[in-house]
Design a protein around this ligand. Structure first.
Ligand SMILES: NC(=O)c1ccc[n+]([C@@H]2O[C@H](COP(=O)([O-])OP(=O)(O)OC[C@H]3O[C@@H](n4cnc5c(N)ncnc54)[C@H](O)[C@@H]3O)[C@@H](O)[C@H]2O)c1
Length: 420
């Protein structure tokens, strides 16, 4: 099949590469010319283990362009994979989605039977009411008649995304017309996993409820983890015992300094804003967000228990990416920690094996270490990301506040886990 993918960020680049690996022809589209030229050479525009290998293997099946209209006209199906960030008030910003919907609509004037699939995470109702309506207005054609319209939410995790795309727990197809269902079923035919076919609004909601549930599990783990620490209990043992209940599962049952990244914080905020708008918020998700904002600052409070006056103290930060194996720093928990340390007058020296360059744009004035050992050479260290290499450091004689349960760090002279 011929596929165009609009937006070559984490989701678009990975989805497109994996569809190419399955034998499809893929045209990547981005309005960032740098990404277009990188992808054209079969290189990865983002750091994601294994992605470049997939692109290289499929060079003859991929191309990249900045021309949305041309890409739509030359393909059978278009996946919308542009960003859907948070606005200041937490509601979802659909401006990128609206822009590409106009561009696709313009191409659809000259095309029949094209299928448009929304993979970007959008609130229930948006595919129909924003994407569909916009394309109808611009193209003069009707959704589900002149063109197909569907939702196919993405559940990949950065850092293991290539594996996740080929081995999903499930595929969700939100379709309401036969042409979209046929195209999506054909594309996903090689996948050996449950395929759930729903209406579009249900598919959109499944994505938000999944992310909100996982975020809730993490904030819950942090809240009870704080109590376990206060009571001198080993939180991991408690969670192990609880997670053995098959209704609960041990997955994502870990405490630490909270969740970050491009999805959980913004998706919870967007769902919450839809709940508040509907007058249906009961406080659970408000607490999930509030707990997640407070949790990273506990690391600084614990540090002050050992170094009450941080003024002029050199504090190392180990890990800036929101999780290991990615260079993505969006909503990284290192951000509020560093902000608070700077407010307290500390000197920060930060280290990350991949994400330091991205972080420099946010914090140009702090020091960056060339190695973890250099950052460790400080008055104290806070571990903010569980990079594997932090398990190999020499923590002897150090003061460590561990936000991510790095086992080796327990050998430090002074060691505090954030909630264990
Ligand atoms: N990152 C994840 O782990 C993940 C997982 C599941 C779902 N999602 C969802 O997928 C969507 C994309 O997320 P992402 O992390 O890939 O975002 P991203 O910011 O990494 O990538 C978005 C890309 O879209 C491009 N773009 C913006 N406007 C465009 C336009 N008019 N024409 C062409 N390209 C344009 C940008 O240049 C960028 O390359 C979001 O809705 C997100 O919530 C993300």
């Amino acid at each position: 099949m011929k596929i165009s993918v609009l937006g070559t960020g984490y989701v678009g680049a990975i989805t497109g590469a994996c569809f190419a690996e399955l034998g499809n022809e893929v045209v990547f589209v981005d309005n960032d010319p740098r990404k277009v030229s990188i992808i054209s050479e079969g290189r990865s525009p983002i750091y994601e283990p294994g992605l470049e290998d997939v692109l290289q293997r499929n060079l003859e099946r991929i191309s990249a362009t900045g021309d949305t209209r041309g890409a739509v006209l030359s393909t059978d199906v278009t996946f919308i994979c542009v960003g859907t960030p948070s606005r200041e008030d937490g509601s979802i910003d659909l401006s990128f989605v609206e822009q590409v919907s106009r561009d696709i609509g313009d191409a659809l004037k000259d095309k029949e039977g094209h299928v448009v699939v929304v993979k970007s995470t959008v609130l229930s109702g948006s595919t129909e009411n924003v994407v569909g309506r916009t394309m109808e207005e611009v193209s003069g054609k009707r959704a589900h008649a002149g063109f197909g319209l569907a939702s196919n939410p993405e559940f990949l995790r950065e850092g293991s995304a290539v594996h996740d795309v080929f081995h999903p727990d499930r595929v969700v197809l939100g379709t309401e017309d036969a042409m979209s269902l046929r195209v999506l079923e054909e594309l996903y035919d090689p996948f050996d996993c449950p395929v759930l076919v729903t209406d579009i609004a249900t598919a959109e909601m499944i994505k938000y409820v999944s992310n909100a549930f996982l975020a809730t599990k993490i904030s819950f783990a942090n809240e009870v983890g704080n109590l376990c620490k206060h009571r001198g209990l080993d939180t991991a043992k408690v969670f192990e015992g609880v997670g053995l209940d098959h209704r609960i599962s041990p997955q994502f049952f870990r405490s630490g300094i909270g969740f970050g990244g491009s999805c959980f914080p913004k998706d919870v905020r967007a769902l919450l804003s839809q709940m508040h708008e509907s007058g249906l918020a009961q406080g659970i998700l408000d607490a999930v967000v509030a707990g997640n904002e407070a949790q990273p600052l506990r690391a600084v409070e614990l540090l002050k228990g050992h170094l009450p006056d941080l003024k002029g103290k050199r504090v190392g930060i180990l890990g800036l990416a929101f999780k290991p194996d990615t260079d993505d720093i969006r909503e990284s928990r290192a951000v509020p920690i560093i902000e608070r340390l700077l407010e307290e007058g500390a000197e920060v020296i930060a280290y990350d094996p991949l994400a330091a360059d991205n972080f420099k744009a946010l914090f140009p004035a702090i020091a960056y270490a060339a190695s973890a050992a250099e950052a460790l050479d400080s008055d104290a260290v806070i571990i903010a990301t569980e990079w594997k290499e932090f398990e190999d450091l020499d923590y002897d004689g150090k003061t460590v506040i561990d936000g991510r349960r790095v086992e080796k760090a327990k050998s430090a002279a002074v060691y505090e886990g954030v909630c264990w």
